[in-house]
Design a protein around this ligand. Structure first.
Ligand code: SF4
Ligand code: SF4
Length: 441
């Protein structure tokens, strides 16, 4: 194996708990068929067991920071399907994030990777002002109808391959972002049941403002005041997946302080990747009572709606749908029955089975850009199963999955829509008298 520089693995940075976790793998292989990268290429080193072998060998000092270790750990989606399958309770996600954090200062950085980690992740997505400017430029570019120039003509070669991949995945960007630079309160409609806060995150304000609007209308209609604290920021999921644990810590502290209000019954999150990350803050700050209090209140919106006395929409919608399960909902949070029950209870909706609905769609944060070929292979497999299902509509519960699945159906010229579960419920409420059809964003 070729070595990356002369670096050895910094083993002392693994905690005792993490070292113990690594030893708990009994090599049974039950995780292998659930791993999308192993299913795609059949390579042991791209399976959870193979990656754990690498980490163990590095911890034991048998290998250093080899190119091979970096390559195979980078190809992991951190979808955590292996955790759901593992009889030994190996918390793979925590181990791989730690490994990436240790590897990241020593890796050979391409210009594009440096630009992604220093500019995009540390600056752009943390500034709503910058994101608004960027969204405006993309909106103009999409409206001008010149995308074909950068997709089908020689001009495309002026752009790096990864940027071209990113532009292909982009949905139509709306001109108006969600939210204002101040705390907002949306009062309950009818009899009040409680008061919740909404986590709105970073890019979702700019790409899917309608998902936030649908979430607020549904919560208001079910009797909840909704507060959006101004000081909140990105959850840090992308940073921790990329191995930037220092930035993840800073973002976590900011969010814990922004939601430190005892009057909130819950902190509602409508992006599975973000709810999983917020619930994982105790790995960053173990045994901290304030962090535990924060985590106890975090609820994915599908989880929360299944806990309350949910108002079933009155008008039926005759649609055959499939539900594609976000990895960070099913594997990271164990939430699978709740969204399916919500969908199944909607009048007129037929929920059809979907093969490998619990497998990753290949989005995984910035994976589409960093591992484009594997991302496409995983996505095409997913869309083939969707085609076979006979559904008219795809439902999911995470914006990253929405973007990826939408790209997948465009790639195969299918005429289907992809909706977040709250968009489906919101559209079914629209005909009810007094339902708040607009929201002052
Ligand atoms: S997290 Fe997902 S991609 Fe990574 S090893 Fe586990 S199953 Fe495979
Ligand atoms: S299922 Fe768990 S114990 Fe078995 S090989 Fe995979 S990680 Fe190891």
């Amino acid at each position: 194996m070729s070595q990356t520089g002369s670096y050895s693995f910094p083993i002392d940075l693994f905690s005792n708990d993490e070292r113990k976790l690594l030893q708990e793998c009994i090599h049974c292989g039950l995780c292998l068929p659930t791993c999308p990268t192993y299913v795609a290429n059949g390579m042991e080193m791209d399976s959870p067991r193979g990656r754990l072998y690498f980490m163990n060998a590095a911890l034991g000092g048998r290998i250093g920071l080899t190119d091979s270790l970096i390559k195979h750990t980078d190809l992991c989606l951190i979808c955590r399907a292996c955790e759901s399958a593992c009889p030994s309770g190996v918390r793979f996600g925590q181990l791989i994030e730690k490994t990436r954090d240790l590897v990241s200062p020593h890796r050979k950085q391409t210009r594009i990777n440096k630009w992604i980690s220093n500019t995009i992740l540390r600056r752009v997505i943390l500034s709503h002002r910058t994101l608004s400017v960027l969204a405006g430029i993309i909106w103009l570019y999409q409206r001008a109808g010149i995308q074909w120039l950068t997709i089908n003509t020689l001009i495309k070669y002026l752009f790096p391959k990864k940027i071209r991949a990113l532009q292909n995945t982009l949905p139509q960007i709306p001109l108006k972002r969600f939210g204002k630079n101040k705390t907002q309160i949306f009062p309950a409609t009818g009899e009040k049941q409680g008061r919740v806060s909404l986590f709105t995150g970073c890019v979702m304000d700019h790409i899917f403002p309608n998902v936030h609007a649908s979430t607020i209308r549904i919560l208001n209609w079910n009797g909840f005041d909704v507060v959006i604290p101004k000081e909140q920021t990105c959850c840090g999921a992308i940073h921790s997946h990329s191995g930037d644990l220092e930035m993840t810590k800073q973002l976590a502290l900011k969010n814990i302080s922004a939601f430190n209000d005892n009057t909130f019954d819950a902190i509602i999150v409508n992006a599975a990747g973000c709810s999983a990350q917020l619930k994982d803050y105790h790995h960053i700050f173990p045994n901290d009572p304030e962090v535990e209090r924060f985590i106890k209140k975090v609820r994915d919106v599908t989880e929360f709606l299944s806990e309350i006395d949910f108002r079933i929409p009155e008008s039926p919608l005759n649609q055959k749908v499939v539900y594609d399960e976000p990895c960070h909902l099913i594997h990271a949070q164990g939430i699978t029955k709740e969204p399916k029950k919500l969908i199944d209870n909607l009048p007129g909706i037929t929920l059809l089975p979907l093969m490998e609905s619990d497998h990753c769609c290949g989005n995984a944060g910035i994976y589409t850009v960093t591992q484009t070929e594997m991302s496409i292979e995983i996505l095409d497999r997913k869309v083939n199963f969707i085609k076979q299902s006979g559904a008219d509509l795809i439902i999911t519960a995470n914006p990253g999955c929405q973007i990826q699945l939408d790209w997948g159906i465009r790639r195969q010229n299918l005429s289907m829509n992809v909706l977040h579960i709250v968009e489906l419920i919101d559209s079914m409420y629209q005909n009810e008298p007094n339902y708040p059809t607009t929201i002052n964003l």
